[in-house]
Design a binder for this molecule. Structure first.
Ligand code: V47
Length: 353
């Protein structure tokens, strides 16, 4: 059976099929992905009102793609106090934020309580705010540093008010590429194990993939299929987020930056391969807002949110430091022919515009 017939008959695709999809022309691929997107969500495009907080950039690990952690290239170290973090949460809450997305570097100086205390204090003061915090990479770091099991840290997160886990730290699962990019950090199997454990505790998370650097198309397909396998077992992933690599101010020398076509193909293939993860997020921060709007026609049904402040990708060149104005965001989605739907962090619909 040829690959297009397989998709039309809703047959599961394998590694070879996934790689073959990249050889289709962009518009054929886009139509196939759009059909699935429209079947699931019609013309709705989801977004949320969220605030990214990156409480520290001091990091015990060295990832070659990272421009955010304090290093030779970025000597400006910082660590926020709980009071500073609370102040940010308070201001954002007053401005209508529903979610705090909290991701830190792997700071060896502050201890588990610094992380947990921040979540607890936010939750105590603003119980309705959804706390999305702690990548699997942070959890693995704390586990190694302080000798706690993954289960213990995950239980502490739940006890201290973490509602869901973001998808960061997945990078690319292929072990050789991963070793080159970020040796010593959470391994692919560990990343998947942590999310599995979190899902088994009844909690949801997201999954990312950092692409457009030294990996090839086969590595991307492999990454996506490893996520699909775990999702078959747990059903705990809400969204898959392909993150487009940003090239400034880091230690990874990449010659071939991905074209818009390659990025759109990657969204479309994610939608086609991931028959069990509901949402494909075109994170406008790394795709650029213009391409994220186009990605709505290539399988993506979610554009993340207004963000307010963003430090990780903007350090590497993304135009996201000050987030996105809500009215503008809604207007852009509408003008591109889609229906903006404000959602909460678990994809309950709050308001349609
Ligand atoms: O894991 C680091 C990535 C991630 C670069 O779960 C880079 O809803 C591009 O995971 N170019 C953190 N990306 C951000 C993240 C995320 C973002 C939005 C939504 C969600 C979610 C999660 O940022 C890291 C890493 O893969 N990153 N450096 C770079 N130069």
């Amino acid at each position: 059976m040829d690959i297009i017939t397989k998709i039309k008959n809703k047959k599961r695709l394998n590694q070879q099929d996934g790689e073959a999809l990249y050889k289709l022309d962009l518009f054929t691929l886009g139509k196939l992905a759009d059909k699935i997107r429209v079947e699931k969500f019609g013309k709705k495009t989801y977004f949320n009102i969220n605030r990214h907080i990156n409480p520290t950039n001091i990091c015990a690990d060295i990832c070659k793609f990272c421009a955010y952690s304090a290093s030779r290239k970025n000597p400006n170290q910082y660590t926020m106090s709980h009071e500073e973090i609370l102040k940010i949460a308070e201001n954002s809450y007053k401005m209508g934020a529903k979610e705090m997305h909290i991701v830190s570097a792997h700071n060896p100086n502050d201890g588990v309580e610094w992380y947990m205390g921040a979540f607890r204090k936010i939750k105590e003061k603003f119980p309705s705010l959804h706390v999305k915090a702690m990548t699997a990479a942070e959890i693995d770091f704390l586990s190694r540093k302080y000798g706690h099991s993954y289960d213990k840290i995950l239980d502490m997160m739940i006890k201290n008010g973490v509602d869901s886990m973001p998808g960061g730290g997945a990078e690319i699962f292929d072990e050789d590429i991963r070793d080159y990019l970020c040796k010593g950090k959470v391994t692919s199997d560990q990343w998947l194990e942590i999310h599995k454990k979190w899902h088994e505790k009844g909690k949801m998370s997201n999954a990312t993939m950092l692409f457009g650097h030294i990996e090839n198309r086969g590595h991307r397909v492999d990454h996506i299929l490893r996520l699909r396998d775990l999702q078959d077992k747990t059903g705990g992933f809400n969204a898959f987020i392909p993150l487009v690599y940003q090239k400034n101010n880091n230690f990874l020398k990449v010659e071939n930056y991905p074209t818009a076509q390659e990025i759109l193909k990657t969204y479309a293939i994610s939608r086609i391969l991931l028959d069990n993860i509901p949402h494909i997020k075109a994170y406008w921060v790394t795709a650029s807002i213009n391409l994220a709007l186009v990605a709505q026609e290539f399988g993506a049904d979610d554009l993340d949110g207004t963000i307010e402040k963003e430090s990780i990708q903007s350090s590497a060149g993304a135009n996201s430091h000050n987030g996105m104005n809500q009215e503008e965001f809604i207007g852009l989605i509408k003008n591109s022919g889609f229906t903006p739907v404000q959602r909460d962090s678990l994809y309950n619909e709050l308001e349609s515009y």
